[in-house]
Design a protein around this ligand. Structure first.
Ligand code: M6R
Length: 598
C-alpha cells in the first residue's frame, strides 16, 4: 500500500529509485512517480499503471541527479491518474513531497491554504503537505516540515525535497519508514527489501521523528528538536530471499517454502520436550486472552483460539482489529492481548494494540517482519522467521502463525504445570508432511483445470478446520476473483445450502477427527442437491470415495495440527486456478500487501 523510496549520495539516484520502487511493488499500487533534483532544478515524471510505464516515459538525458524521491501510489483520495500520482509539488514547483498514509484533516487544511492563495491541482489529501511546507518555508526545509507537522492530523510517512538545499527531510507517524546507511550514500524506503541490494545497515524511524539526510550522513531528531541516538540494525535477509528463484510467481515460491519456514518458526523453541519462549508476563496470571488481527492473520487467530482453549484451558476471544479499536472493548489488567500480523504494519491492528495498551493489558505480538512497528510496540513477541512474504496472498505467514500459536498454547499448558503433549512430538514432523503435499501440485492443477471457470465456491470445515475453510475461500477470491464463501459445515443448512446445485463446487476439509461422522452427514446433504464435492481427506474411506467427486489426500496428523496440513492443498488450488485464468497472482487487483490505512 503506497511505497516511498529516496536516495541522496555520490551516485545517480535514478537507478536505485526505479529498482527500489520495483522491489516495493508487492505492497500494491496503481501509479508511480519520481522527482530528481539537479543543478537545473527538479526532473519530475509520473504515470498511472505499472512502473514499467513510468520507466519508458523517463527521459534518460534529463533524469540526472544525486538526490531523488519516488513513490508508488495506491489510490485512496482521487482516481489513479497522472495528476493524483506523487510526487506532489507546491505552487512554485520548488518543493516536492511523497506521502504514504492519510491526512485526515486535509479538507480543512486545503480550505485554509486556498484562502491564502495556494492553487491545488490534484484530488489527493497528500498535496496539502507540499503547500503547507511552502507556506512555512523560509530557507530551512527541516523547520518548514516541522511546522507543517504541527498542523497535520492522520498517518504519514513523508519524504520532502526542495530546489535549493542538498537534503531530503523524512518523517513518519503510524506509517513505516526505514533509513539505509551506505558508504557515501543514504537510502530511505517504506520497507527493507527496497534497499537490500545496496545495504543491510538500517535504522527504523519511530513516530514523530524527523531525519535530515545529506550526502555526508543523517541526523534524527524528535519533534522537539532533540537529537535521537538511533540504533543501526544489521538486517539478516538476503537479496536472493526476495527473488523468485525460478518459480513463476512469489506466491508459488512461498507455498513451496513452507516446510523450511515452519522449521524456522520452530527452531530453538523446543528443547528436551519443553517449549522455550521468552515473554515478560507470568502465564499463570493470565485470565483471558483476546486475539486481534485482520484478514488471514485473523483466521490464524481463530485457530489459535481452538488450540489455546483446548491445550491450556484459558478462555480466548477473537476480534477483528478494525472492530476492536472502535467498540470500547472491555479489557482487564489480567487479560493478554495477542496481535497477529505478517507485516507488522497493518493500521487497524496497530490501532487495536494501542487501544489494548491504553487499557493496561499485557500484549504479545506474533509478527513476521522484524523491526516493524507492531513488533516494536508489543511487550513481548514471537517472530515467525518465515522470511519475506512478497505475494499479496498470504501463505507461509499463515502456516507459520498457526505454528507459533501452537507453540504458545503448549507454552501456556507447560507453564500452568501440564506437559507433556503429543503435539510436541508431532509438530516437528509437519514440515516433512507438507513436502508430501507439495508433490501433488500438478495433480491439484488438473483439478484446477476442471473448476477454473466456476462462478462460486463453498468451503466447509468444522472445529479447527472451520478457519481453514475461511482461509481457503479467501485465497481463492483474492487471486482468482471467483466468489467463494467459507462456512462451518453444519451452518451451511441454515442458508447457504440454497445456493447449491450441480454448478456449485463445494470443498470439504474432512480429516478423520472427532467430528468426522458429522461432516460426512453434511457432505451427504450437499450430494443430495447435486453439489460438486471436492474432499480433502487424510485417510482412505469408501464412504468418502462414494460421496466425493474429487479427492485430495493429505498425510495424517493429530487433530491439533491438521489446519497447517489441510490449508496447503487449498493454497495450491487457488494458485493454479488464478494462474490458469492468466491472472497476476502476486498482485491481485485492488489489494495491497501491507494495509497501512484504516
Ligand atoms: O500483515 P497482516 O498480517 O497484518 O495483514 C493482514 C491482512 O491484510 C492480510 O492477511 C490479507 O488478508 C492478505 N491479503 C490475505 O492473503
Amino acid at each position: 500500500m503506497c511505497g516511498i523510496v529516496g536516495y541522496i549520495g555520490k551516485n545517480q539516484a535514478l537507478p536505485f529509485l526505479l529498482d527500489g520502487l520495483k522491489r516495493l511493488e508487492y505492497r500494491g499500487y496503481d501509479s508511480s512517480g519520481i522527482c530528481l533534483k539537479n543543478n537545473s532544478g527538479f526532473y519530475l515524471a509520473k504515470k498511472p499503471g505499472r512502473i514499467s510505464e513510468l520507466e519508458s516515459q523517463i527521459d534518460q538525458i534529463l533524469a540526472k541527479g544525486n538526490i531523488g524521491i519516488a513513490h508508488t501510489r495506491w489510490a485512496t483520495h482521487g482516481a489513479p491518474n497522472e495528476i493524483n500520482s506523487h510526487p506532489h509539488v507546491d505552487c512554485k514547483g520548488s518543493i516536492a513531497i511523497v506521502h504514504n498514509g492519510i491526512i485526515e484533516n486535509y479538507n480543512s487544511l486545503k480550505e485554509l491554504l486556498k484562502g491564502e492563495g495556494h492553487i491545488f491541482v490534484s484530488d489527493t489529501d497528500s498535496e496539502v503537505v507540499a503547500h503547507l511546507v511552502e507556506k512555512f518555508y523560509e530557507g530551512d526545509l527541516e523547520v518548514a516540515v516541522k511546522k507543517s507537522l504541527k498542523l497535520i492530523e492522520g498517518a504519514y510517512a513523508l519524504a520532502v525535497l526542495d530546489k535549493t538545499s542538498e537534503k531530503i527531510v523524512v518523517t513518519r507517524k503510524s506509517s513505516p519508514l526505514v533509513l539505509g546507511i551506505g558508504v557515501g550514500e543514504i537510502f530511505v524506503a517504506s520497507d527493507v527489501p527496497a534497499m537490500l541490494s545496496k545495504t543491510k545497515r538500517v535504522i527504523y524511524l519511530d513516530d514523530n521523528e524527523v531525519a535530515v539526510l545529506t550526502k555526508d550522513g543523517y541526523a534524527v531528531k524528535n519533534i522537539n528538536g532533540f537529537v535521537v541516538d538511533k540504533e543501526i540494525y544489521e538486517v539478516a535477509m538476503d537479496v536472493e530471499q526476495i527473488e523468485k528463484k525460478g518459480f513463476k510467481y512469489f506466491m508459488l515460491k512461498e507455498i513451496f517454502e513452507q516446510p523450511e519456514a515452519i522449521e524456522n518458526t520452530l527452531r530453538g523453541r523446543i528443547k528436551d520436550g519443553k517449549i522455550r519462549l521468552s515473554v515478560n508476563f507470568n502465564p499463570r496470571e493470565i485470565n483471558r486472552i483476546i486475539i486481534t488481527a485482520c484478514g488471514t492473520s485473523w483466521y490464524s487467530g481463530l485457530i489459535g483460539k481452538y488450540l489455546i482453549e483446548k491445550l491450556s484451558g484459558i478462555s480466548v476471544e477473537v476480534d477483528y482489529a478494525s472492530e476492536f479499536r472502535y467498540r470500547n472493548p472491555i479489557v482487564r489488567q489480567d487479560d493478554l492481548i495477542i496481535v497477529i500480523s505478517q507485516s507488522g504494519e497493518t493500521a487497524d491492528t496497530l490501532a487495536a494494540l494501542e487501544e489494548a495498551k491504553k487499557k493496561g493489558a499485557k500484549t504479545l505480538g506474533i509478527i513476521n517482519v522484524v523491526g516493524s512497528t507492531i513488533a516494536r510496540e508489543v511487550d513481548s513477541g514471537i517472530y515467525l522467521h518465515a522470511g519475506p512474504e512478497i505475494g499479496v496472498a498470504s501463505t507461509k505467514a499463515f502456516t507459520c502463525q498457526v505454528t507459533a500459536l501452537t507453540l504458545f498454547a503448549l507454552y501456556l499448558k507447560q507453564e500452568r504445570g501440564d506437559l507433556p503433549s503429543d503435539v510436541i512430538l508431532e509438530i516437528e514432523n509437519i514440515p516433512q508432511k507438507i513436502k508430501e503435499i507439495l508433490k501433488k501440485s500438478e495433480e491439484i492443477r488438473e483439478l484446477a483445470k476442471i473448476f477454473k471457470d466456476a462462478k462460486n465456491f463453498l468451503y466447509l470445515g468444522r472445529n479447527l478446520n472451520f478457519p481453514v475453510a475461511l482461509e481457503g475461500a479467501l485465497k481463492l477470491k483474492e487471486i482468482s476473483y471467483i466468489h467463494a464463501e467459507g462456512y462451518p459445515a453444519a451452518e451451511m443448512k441454515h442458508g447457504p445450502i440454497a445456493l447449491v446445485d450441480k454448478h456449485m463446487p463445494v470443498v470439504f476439509i474432512c480429516p478423520q477427527d472427532a467430528v468426522y461422522s458429522k461432516i460426512i452427514s453434511n457432505m451427504q446433504e450437499i450430494k443430495a442437491r447435486e453439489g460438486n464435492v471436492i474432499a480433502v481427506i487424510n485417510k482412505e474411506d469408501p464412504k468418502i470415495r462414494d460421496l466425493a467427486n474429487y479427492v485430495i489426500k493429505v498425510p495424517e496428523t493429530i487433530d491439533e495440527l491438521s489446519p497447517i496440513i489441510n490449508v496447503v492443498p487449498l493454497q495450491l488450488l487457488a494458485y493454479h486456478i488464478a494462474d490458469l485464468k492468466g491472472l497476476n497472482v502476486d498482485k491481485p487487483r485492488n489489494l495491497a500487501k501491507s494495509v497501512t490505512v484504516e
